[in-house]
Structure formats: C-alpha cells, structure tokens
Design a binder for this molecule. Structure first.
Ligand code: SF4
Ligand code: SF4
Length: 218
C-alpha cells in the first residue's frame, strides 16, 4: 500500500513521504493510532531567494503549499480508508474542529514531532523543523492510521543548530529566544508564538534553508 501511496503522492507534487511509528506515544498524543504518514512539499528555491535576498514579505507560496499538504493528507486518509483501515488527516480543517487548542495555539501531536520521529530533521531554535535536505522549506501535514505500514526506524537527530542564532537575530518581532530544543522543553521557552508575525524570515534565513536554496539555484 505504501508503494502505491508514494507513487500517487509523488505524482501530485509531494517531495517527502514517511511512514512513522507512533506506538511509543501516549494516547493523548497518538489518539490510539499506532502509525502516521508524514507528507512534505518543498518550497521552491526561487521563493526562498525572494524572501531572503530580496527581503519581500510574501506568504503566497507558503500558504498555497500548506493548503496543498492539507488537501493531500485528506486525500491520503480517504485512500487508506478505502483499503479498509482507519485514518485521520491532521489537516487544519480537521484539527480546528477537533484537537487544536485555540488558547495555546497547539495540537497534541504537531507534524514536526512526527517528522522528528521519522528521523527527517530536528526542531531548531526557530521552533521549526529543520532538515539537512530542505532546511525549513517544507510544508507538512500528517495522517494518523492503524494501517499496517512498513516502518523504517530511524534515529532521532539531535539539534544541529550549534552556536547559530541567525533565526533569533533576524526575527523582527524578537520572539525567538535562542534556546536549543530538548526532550520535554516547553515550546514557550523556545518561541513566543503569540507575538509571531508569520513573516517567514526565520524559515528563509535559516542556514540550512539557505544551503538548500544555494544548491538548487546554481
Ligand atoms: S515568522 Fe517572523 S516573527 Fe515569527 S518567529 Fe519567524 S521571524 Fe519571528
Ligand atoms: S537559523 Fe540557525 S539556530 Fe535557527 S533553526 Fe536554523 S540552524 Fe538553528
């Protein structure tokens, strides 16, 4: 099933598909589902260039790809259900009507935690997922499921931010505190999400996002 799903999602423009084991999590996080499928769509290097080098404020491609990831997660959940298994797409629309906490702006199981469990990357000082391949230029969504998936267990990558503080220093709202992520750390010690202006500067200027951009703009 995963091979077929991978093929279908790639055809629809998805760059990253991972099957992830959630069985070690508590029910309040995984809601009784033992697995997840993570979907990632990369932002284009040209868009990252415009955001970071031309210093424009433009969330258009980001919003489009976030919406596309959501839509494809819902499509994936339908695909899995047609195979006879349960599936729940963690799209914004579903979470708003279910598990998103408006007061704390949090969900029990963020996509970036699923991505981290997949060994795809780490949570940076920006509180975004950072990957070696795309930096933070990935729009993600996830699907929780009880389908039997061939899961590859990958080691969790510890944060590779080191002494870098680019995201903290570039943030116009000064909401990034410069703390390294560690197991159990409260999100609010990393970033003040309540005053974030969603300008995407932390995403675009991250040194790993810049590596991705430079590699593909050559
Ligand atoms: S999106 Fe902008 S305001 Fe929000 S944390 Fe990133 S740099 Fe700061
Ligand atoms: S800009 Fe630097 S500190 Fe911020 S997330 Fe990227 S690597 Fe980490």
């Amino acid at each position: 099933m995963l091979i077929e799903l991978n093929f279908e999602l790639e055809e629809r423009g998805v760059n990253v598909v991972r099957a992830v084991d959630l069985s070690m999590l508590q029910a309040k996080e995984n809601r009784g589902y033992h697995a997840a499928i993570l979907i990632g769509i990369a932002l284009s290097p040209g868009y990252i260039f415009r955001l970071s080098k031309e210093n424009i404020l433009d969330v258009s491609e980001f919003s489009e790809k976030e919406a596309a990831a959501d839509k494809l997660a819902e499509w994936t959940a339908d695909f899995i259900r047609l195979k006879g298994y349960k599936a729940y797409a963690q799209s914004e629309r579903n979470l708003i009507n279910g598990f998103y906490d408006v007061d704390t702006k949090a969900t029990p199981l963020p996509h970036k935690k699923i991505a981290m469990l997949a060994g795809l990357g780490w949570i940076g000082k920006s509180n975004l997922l950072v990957t070696r391949e795309y930096g933070s230029a990935l729009c993600m969504c996830s699907v929780l499921t009880n389908a039997p998936l061939p899961i590859q267990h990958k080691p969790i990558i510890r944060p590779l931010c080191g002494k870098c503080n680019v995201c903290r220093d570039i943030c116009p709202a000064k909401v990034i505190h410069g703390s390294n992520w560690e197991e159990g750390i409260h999100r609010d010690l990393i970033v003040d999400v309540y005053h974030c202006e969603t300008c995407l500067k932390c995403l675009a200027h991250c040194i790993w996002t810049q590596k991705y951009m430079k590699k593909h703009l050559k």
